[in-house]
Design a protein around this ligand. Sequence first.
Ligand code: ZN
Length: 163
Amino acid sequence: MSGLEDLYREIILDHYRSPRNRGELPCPPAHRGEGFNPLCGDDVVLYLLAEDGAISDVKIGGNGCSISQASASMMSCAIKGKSFAEARAISDAFKKILSIPDADSNGQDLAGSDSAAPDGDQEIALGDLQALQGVMKFPVRIKCATLGWNVLTDSLAELDADN
Ligand code: ZN
């Protein structure tokens, strides 16, 4: 159990120290979105370049705690090259692993809850994002973990409205 938590911590720290897709994209043609988490002082800037309903390039800016910045880095890897629909599905799947209602009391149920995953759902490979599911034990950090994803949701809605 602690071995898994060590691995997760390593993955989060790796994304925090070496953030992927860090930078900016010229706007236009890219879309710029920004989110702020006043509880923690986190700031995530998301640049999306959209082509034919897909995310052809993505860059991340901003500053904040390790959870917020690692989550945004992992998100950039997960959504790059994906269609808007795929990106939304990944976002939904990620938010779902942060809000499993019965993984509350003692934190010992993490391994067991995997087997109770609902069937019939489209299989979504979350990869490194699984590492963030530990934050659901710390409700105040969930806002850090979801900050970039909320910017993504808003940005995709705005890009849809532009078309
Ligand atoms: Zn934070």
